[in-house]
Design a protein around this ligand. Structure first.
Ligand code: ADP
Ligand code: ASP
Ligand code: MG
Length: 405
């Protein structure tokens, strides 16, 4: 008998008909002789609506109460899914994150899993139940409800698979697997049969929201092999696993885009030790996440520093940087949104040269201006105008020969 973990995302449980579809798939897996643990998300749109409700009440609700509120989304789904499985004549039981033994730290709205004690899950499995666990949530040791960051049901599924030593971990979603690029952006995108943890991690953290990046990090750390596949078909999906020798032969595995970025440029910053640190300490102390950073060559004792961040963080960044601008004697701060990031990812880049040239050439041919560039061992990322990002993704996809045709 195998122990199977299946996770169903928001669209897959988006209405009662879809919850019944999930129940049938789960019952069939159980009927084939497996023990089954199911992780479900909130029904699509529910988490966003709850966030909106909170904002209508207060511009700054406490993060503790946000978690109490957001956790209700997944609780609705576990109860409905358990009812649906029961209606098919199978025994199912729903468990909240706390009941499932998921203990986290106390960082509300982006808690980290500290440990999992899956005793209740194990007891119910032993009694022949299908166990339905609420994704995205846990509890502190003191019993406070926490959530794991947007997309966090992926993390629940991966972490539970590791804790209960599942033999199979399946992430069911609304596309047939991980594609060479978001198929909603690049219509010729192709489903990948497999992808390495490192590539999936780079793609997830540079905007491919098909998997939450923290969940991929966890999977890599604890060697949880998993499959991303569709809840609306029976086709095999994409296997995410440790890299193999043959994977290096593919130079570019995929392309990610991230919209809603903003760029800040601070010009004529005195070029001396400690100045950059003052700007970035101010930004870090305001809990703002900076992405790309570029500093120009010093010219007559001053330099320009540019960085990107999420556009929602721009007003706060300006507020905390203005005083540092005055203190350091830098000339001015120019900020703009309406930019986006395009990343090309592949472990084959380690052993192949010329990828950057090929990317820049195809963007140049398309008349698309590159504003910033950053590279890592397996990624090249560029900042572009947001209104060019779809065109750029399609051009790069074609230039690297990633499509179907
Ligand atoms: P779920 O609700 O099941 O967690 P998400 O909406 O979080 O699903 O993730 C699935 C979506 O991710 C797809 O509908 C697709 O538009 C998007 N996506 C972005 N990049 C990719 C990619 N490279 N491959 C597949 N899907 C992607
Ligand atoms: N419901 C949460 C969200 O929308 C978690 C998830 O779906 O994974 O982010
Ligand atoms: Mg998701």
């Amino acid at each position: 008998m195998s122990l199977v973990v299946q996770k169903y995302g928001g669209t897959s449980v988006g209405d009662t008909g879809r919850i019944l579809n999930v129940a049938r798939k789960v019952a069939a897996t159980h009927g084939a002789g497996n023990q089954v643990v199911v992780v479900v998300s909130a029904m699509s749109g529910v988490t966003d609506s709850l966030i909106k409700l909170a904002r209508d009440i207060s511009p700054n609700p406490t993060e503790r109460e946000m978690d109490v509120l957001l956790a209700t989304g997944e609780q609705t789904t576990i109860a409905l899914t358990a009812m649906a499985v029961n209606s098919l004549g199978k025994k199912a039981v729903s468990l909240t994150g706390a009941q499932a033994g998921i203990i986290t730290d106390g960082v509300h709205t982006k808690a980290k899993i500290a440990n999992i004690t899956p005793r209740q899950i194990q007891d119910f499995l032993d009694e022949g139940y299908i166990v339905i666990v609420a994704g995205f949530q846990g509890s502190t040791l003191e019993g406070h409800v926490t959530t794991l960051g947007r997309g966090g049901s992926d993390l629940t599924a991966i972490a539970l698979s590791s804790a209960i030593k599942a033999s199979v971990c399946q992430i069911f979603t609304d596309v047939e697997g991980v594609y060479t690029c978001d198929p909603r952006v690049v219509p010729t995108a192709r489903k990948l049969d497999e992808i390495s943890y490192d590539e999936m991690l780079e793609m997830a953290s540079s905007g491919s929201k098909v998997m939450q990046s923290r969940s991929v990090e966890f999977a890599k750390k604890f060697s949880v092999l998993f499959e991303v596949r569709s809840s609306f078909s029976d086709k095999p999906g994409t296997i995410v696993k440790e890299e193999t020798m043959s994977m290096e032969n593919v130079v570019i595995r995929g392309i990610s885009i991230e919209r809603n970025q903003a760029k800040v440029t601070i010009s004529q910053v005195p070029d001396k030790p400690g100045v950059a640190s003052r700007f970035f300490t101010a930004v870090a102390e305001a809990n703002l996440m900076v992405d790309m950073i570029v500093q120009n060559v010093s010219f007559s004792g001053t330099t320009d520093i540019s960085f990107t961040l999420h556009k929602e963080d721009l007003p706060k960044a300006k507020e905390v940087l203005e005083p540092v601008l005055k203190e350091t004697g830098a000339r001015e701060l120019v900020a703009r949104d309406g930019i986006a990031k395009l990343s090309v990812v592949g472990i084959g880049m380690r052993s192949h040269s010329g990828v950057a040239a090929q990317l820049f050439e195809c963007l140049g041919r398309g008349g698309i201006n590159i504003q910033m560039i950053s590279t890592s061992e397996i990624k090249i990322a560029v900042i572009l105008d947001e209104d060019k990002i779809v065109e750029a993704a399609n051009l790069a996809h074609e230039a690297f020969g990633l499509g179907n045709s």
